[in-house]
Structures are given as C-alpha cells and as structure tokens.
Design a protein around this ligand. Structure first.
Ligand SMILES: O=C(O)[C@H](CS(=O)(=O)O)OP(=O)(O)O
Ligand SMILES: [Mg+2]
Length: 231
C-alpha cells in the first residue's frame, strides 16, 4: 500500500485513490468543531470575493476564515476553533476560506476520495481509512498532504496518520501534541504582543476526540464541499 506524505498547499499531485489533507492549526480543527456544533456542510472557496459572491446569492450562508491568520472584514467568523465553539451555527452552511488547509484541499480535487482533518479527528479518520484500504480489492495509492508548507504541526499529524494506516510504528499521540505545540506555526498563540491570536485555540487543536464521523469532500457540485460521513 503506497502511502506518501507531501507538504505544502499549492501542489497539484497525480491522481490518488485517497487523499487526506491535514490542517491542524487551524482550518480543519475549526471544521471538525463546526460539525460537532451542528453545521450541515462547509463550502470551500479560494478567494474572499468568491465567498461574498456566494453570500450575495444566499444570505443564510456563514462566512468563516482568515487572511494571514487574521479575521476577514465582513466575515461572520474567523479561523478560531474556540470561537466556533461558542457561535450559533446549528443547521448552517459555512463558507470557508483559509491560507493552507482550504487551499491545499482545492488543489487536491484530482483524488478519487478526498478527506480533510486536523489532529482532533486524525485517529478516527486514519482508522476508518485503514479499514477501507484493507477491504479494497486492489492496491490503494494514498496521499497525505500536510498543508502548511513549513509547519511541523501538520507534518507530525501526517506521520501519525501514516503510522496508523500502515499498522506499525504508530507514533505516540503525546509526541504529536508536543510537535504541534513546538511548531513555529504555534508560536504566535503564545506571543503576548499578538493578542489577536487566541491561546485557547491551541487547546482545541491538540485535543484528540473520539469521533463518529470523518470529513469527506463532495466534489460533485460546482463548489467542493466538506460533508460529515458517519462511520
Ligand atoms: O489561521 C490559521 O491558522 C492559518 C493561517 S496562518 O498560517 O496561521 O497564518 O490558516 P490555515 O489555513 O488554518 O492553516
Ligand atoms: Mg494550518
């Protein structure tokens, strides 16, 4: 079973059977908590203009995301898992625009089956995918995309998932958590001179939850959409 890890958000990889795009800090931790809070689905867009265009067509949509980690003027939500946990989003459809996770996912649509996750749903996702791979009648080509081009947060999570998928040498989850917290991407959350970054966000990013669903990208419509797939 060839499983390859790639790092970055702008690669156009060859077709795979399964691709998992990882964004721990913070896009797909936000997505995971959004679903836990009752969000129906999440539309993925590459630009702020596209998000506003969708909102003009459907004012019920809730725009979420960031530019350089910061809130986007006119968006209801930023890219904070702590904030989404306190937002009223039950039954809503989100539109998500982020620097790494969303961009890498939009560049991975050539995968036959496309999933996204942060660390919070990593074990659930990898365990589910291992079953699919073990049951497949032929060899599966799997890509794991650590979406931050240089961040060890996504890379640590990618190596953790690869270990679970291969069924050997599974990294200790404490090691993954340490690498996430020590990654340069996490630094701004500990920096008192950047109060716009909520230190609580990291707590959500490093907490592994027992999950009942994976986050799968539906590519059949005009806008790629993350949906919950109950397992
Ligand atoms: O908001 C985030 O956490 C990042 C932006 S940055 O790399 O921290 O500036 O976006 P994401 O797409 O969630 O990695
Ligand atoms: Mg990130």
């Amino acid at each position: 079973m060839p499983i390859k890890i790639y790092q970055g958000n702008d690669m156009l990889l060859r077709e795979s059977d399964i691709t998992v795009v990882i964004d721990v800090i913070r896009a797909f931790t936000v997505a995971h908590y959004a679903f836990l809070k009752g969000v129906e689905k999440i539309l993925l867009v590459a630009t702020v203009d596209e998000a506003f265009h969708l909102k003009n067509q459907n004012p019920n949509l809730v725009l979420a995301g960031e530019i350089k980690g910061l809130p986007i003027s006119g968006f209801e939500l930023d890219n904070s898992p702590a904030h989404i946990c306190h937002a009223k989003v039950e039954g809503k459809t989100l539109v998500q625009k982020t620097t790494n996770g969303v961009k890498a996912t939009l560049n991975s649509l050539q995968a036959k089956d496309l999933y996204v996750t942060g660390f919070s749903n990593a074990r659930t996702t990898a365990t589910y995918l291992k079953k699919q791979i073990d049951q497949a009648e032929r060899e599966c080509h799997v890509h794991i995309v650590a979406s931050h081009p240089t961040g060890d947060d996504d890379l640590a999570c990618a190596e953790y998932m690869k270990g679970i998928l291969e069924g050997n040498d599974v990294m200790d989850e404490k090691e993954v958590v340490e690498r996430i917290i020590n990654s340069h991407v996490a630094e701004k959350f500990f920096d008192a001179s950047q109060p716009e970054f909520n230190a609580d966000d990291l707590k959500y990013c490093v907490k592994e939850l027992k999950g009942e669903f994976v986050m799968k990208v539906n590519k059949t419509g005009k806008i790629p959409t993350i949906e919950r797939f109950f397992i």
